[in-house]
Design a protein around this ligand. Structure first.
Ligand SMILES: Nc1ncnc2c1ncn2[C@@H]1O[C@H](COP(=O)(O)OP(=O)(O)OP(=O)(O)O)[C@@H](O)[C@H]1O
Ligand SMILES: [Mg+2]
Length: 352
């Protein structure tokens, strides 16, 4: 059982899409384990996909957000704004069993629904880290850890796997997510700005300096000061890689190589935490072994991914053929599914 955050400082790299696919596929491969998605992004994209996609998922989200008792991440955060330094033990009342809304999702998937209200709450959360008891920063940063622990407790601490979908910016709720996470998955797209974004992750979370005099993030410094563990890097995932023709494939390969070099140099030169996996595996002793443990590539699924997200049907149960998306006909090709489904299955097999 582990807690994974899916984060990159860059937007649109597939954090929410991968959270949706990973949670669904993990639940399919492990029917006896509970899977929890904590949606810590105010855009609530992974919640929308899990709850049924662009039309049905959005209207279910609206419905959930409109109820008097807000059974979302913001409902829990409100509890904690009222009780910042004393755990409320209320986390378990904020989960939604996804299959009650979307029959395409296995019934062992649970969700703490994302909420745009998080954006409004963020200044209150930040304010709570300042005054109060001397370890206010630490206590507030444990809010999501507390939430997850309440939920796990309500499940009698049975085996589970938890995915936290994060906002791209390094906001206070992203910090809370990273404190709660034991492991970090870093998706990136293979474009020119991805290397900078991955460097930003290494600097903001792990204090890697790009220039000798760079200041380190408060998050890094305070986590150290309070002796709080940082998530271990579990995998960096090149996403939406295309194999359309040789030249684009080789352009993507170049970007993936650049990012791989960057992370490998961190692995070699500092004590940034990495998670050796699978359990029992030995520590990689060369670059090739490093890459085979920590690097993964997910192909661009083209129309299949659009339809999958828009209808809230995970790739592993999506069928080929004509589909209607927001009133317009689309066709999912079997060849796209034949590539993406095993690709995602393999990714999930690497997740412990
Ligand atoms: N492997 C893939 N193949 C095809 N399309 C993909 C793939 N992964 C993600 N996408 C698409 O890319 C777009 C951006 O993905 P997504 O919303 O998951 O990114 P994100 O990192 O969560 O963005 P944000 O930073 O805004 O939260 C979405 O339309 C998604 O469907
Ligand atoms: Mg997202």
């Amino acid at each position: 059982m582990a807690i994974y955050a899916i984060w990159n400082n860059k937007g649109g790299v597939g954090k929410s899409y991968l959270t949706f696919q990973l949670a669904s596929e993990y639940a399919r491969q492990h029917p006896n384990k509970r899977v929890l998605v904590v949606d810590l992004c105010p855009q609530a994209n992974s919640s929308s996909m899990l709850l049924g996609g662009m039309i049905d998922g959005e209207s279910r989200l609206n419905d959930i957000h409109g109820r008097q008792q807000r059974l979302t991440i913001s409902g829990y955060i409100d509890d904690r704004i009222r009780s910042p330094y004393v755990p409320t033990k209320s986390g378990a009342s904020y989960i939604t069993q996804v299959s009650q809304y979307n029959s395409k999702i296995p019934n062992n998937v649970y969700l703490v629904v994302g909420d745009e209200k998080l954006e409004l709450q963020s200044s209150q959360v930040s304010r709570a880290t300042l005054p109060g008891p001397p370890d206010a920063w630490r206590t507030v940063h444990l809010w999501i850890t507390d939430l997850i622990s309440d939920i796990k407790h309500s499940w009698n601490n049975e085996d589970s796997c938890i995915f936290i979908d994060c906002n791209p910016s390094f906001s206070i709720y992203t910090e809370l997510a990273l404190t709660a996470a034991e492991r970090l998955l870093i998706p990136f797209s293979a474009d020119g700005s991805s290397k900078r974004a991955v460097k930003a992750v290494l600097s903001l979370v792990y204090g890697q300096r790009r220039h000798p005099n760079d200041t380190q993030s408060d998050f890094y410094n305070e986590s150290n000061r309070y002796n709080m563990s940082l998530p271990e890097i579990y995998m960096y995932i090149g996403n939406r890689l295309t194999q359309m023709n040789n030249s684009s494939a080789s352009a993507f390969k170049t970007v993936v190589e650049e990012i791989s070099d960057e992370i490998y140099s961190v692995w070699q030169s500092t004590n940034t935490p990495f998670c050796i996996h699978p359990s029992g595996a030995t520590r990689p002793n060369n670059k090739r072994a490093f890459k085979s443990m920590f690097q993964f590539e997910v192909n661009d699924a083209n129309t299949a991914s659009v339809v999958s997200g828009a209808l809230g049907i995970p790739i592993n149960v999506l069928t080929a053929g004509p589909k209607i998306v927001a009133g317009k006909p689309q066709t999912v090709n079997q060849s796209q599914l034949d590539k993406q489904a095993p690709n995602l299955q393999e990714l999930v097999q690497r997740i412990e």
